[in-house]
Ligand binder design. Structure first.
Ligand code: SF4
Length: 319
């Protein structure tokens, strides 16, 4: 398959663009993930003209805003330049299917960034980088994650699921959307979406019903926002067990009662936390391999992203 276009903080690729002329090479990004993702790197601080090396900056909370200012030179304020650069990136980011940011950066950090008050004292950990924040505001449906958090198998699974599902949407529907293509897409991802958020699947189904009355491009916009919101909820044991039980229901007339009982027990053991997802999933796939059922075979639930990343099946914990 083609590599999936994903934005990335440039220092994560090992390029020496940090304030101290260092980098933050992430071997997982450049190695394993690099086989599947086509990176679009940006260092926003370099892009707005700050040199390498440069004075470090930090987030400073004012009365009405959070600014990115120099640590030593408090006259230096690059907030507006970073936001303007994010706006320019958005204009050219139509095919991006995700963004991986460097954590703890006043420009790129997404979660729990340190904020300081005007006197330089630590205020809280509620900040977000100015560049990342503007991108997320402008592209709320875009899957984003910090490189450090991708070390968690659960968060990595969640991010990759969203990235590859968005890529599928762009490939299958966006260029020339039709009601049939949207319906096919939803059918193919039904159990994956249900595993993450049953209400999300119901909302997407409603959008399909509205299609004849609405402009299709507007429906597509609502669809992708709703879909990405649904998939941003981590598929835990409840969601996965529910989806697998639905699929088991579709198989039940084509497998023996004993096989069905075994399946029920495997799903229940996973649901109780006594077995990893791979146990019921493997059993379901075994039964499915003997059954002609294009609808079930096409489900992205089996493999939301390339099998070689072989991650989802080994997840044992819930968030
Ligand atoms: S975290 Fe962002 S701003 Fe800082 S060096 Fe990396 S890419 Fe540049």
């Amino acid at each position: 398959m083609n590599k999936v276009p994903v934005g990335v903080s440039e220092c994560l690729l090992g390029r020496p663009v940090r304030f101290d002329a260092g980098h933050k090479l992430d071997p997982y990004l450049t190695g394993v993930l690099g086989d599947y993702l086509a990176y679009h790197p940006t260092c926003p601080e370099v892009a707005i003209g700050l040199g390498v090396p440069r004075e470090p900056v930090q987030l400073v909370a004012t009365d009405s805003d959070v600014r990115v200012q120099g640590v030593a030179n408090t006259e230096l304020d690059v907030t507006d330049a970073l936001r303007t650069h994010a706006d320019a990136i958005v204009e050219d980011a139509g095919d991006l299917c995700g963004y991986i940011f460097m954590q703890k950066s006043p420009s790129c950090g997404v979660f729990a960034m340190k904020r300081y008050d005007k006197s330089g004292s630590l205020l809280d950990y509620e900040g977000r980088g100015a560049y990342a924040g503007r991108l997320m505001e402008r592209m709320p449906w875009l899957p984003v994650e910090e490189a450090g958090r991708l070390e968690s198998p659960v968060l990595r699974d969640s991010f990759l699921t969203r990235v590859f599902t968005l890529y599928d949407w762009k490939q299958a529907v966006v260029t020339e959307p039709t009601p049939e293509k949207i319906a096919d897409f939803l059918a193919r991802h039904k159990y994956l979406i249900m595993a993450h958020r049953v209400a999300g699947y119901a909302a997407l189904s409603r959008l399909l019903v509205e299609l004849p009355e609405r402009d299709i491009s507007e429906v597509c916009e609502d669809f992708i926002k709703t879909l990405m919101e649904a998939l941003s909820h981590v598929a835990g044991r409840n969601g996965n067990a529910n989806a697998m039980n639905h699929m088991r229901g579709l198989l039940r007339w084509r497998i023996s009662a004993a096989e069905s009982d075994k399946l029920i027990e495997k799903i229940a053991a996973y649901h109780r936390g006594e077995a990893p997802l791979i146990v019921p999933l493997t059993r379901l796939k075994q039964y499915l391999s003997h059954v002609e059922d294009p609808y079930l075979h096409q489900q992205s639930f089996w493999e939301p992203y390339p099998a070689k990343l072989s991650l989802r099946h080994t997840i044992v914990e819930d968030l």
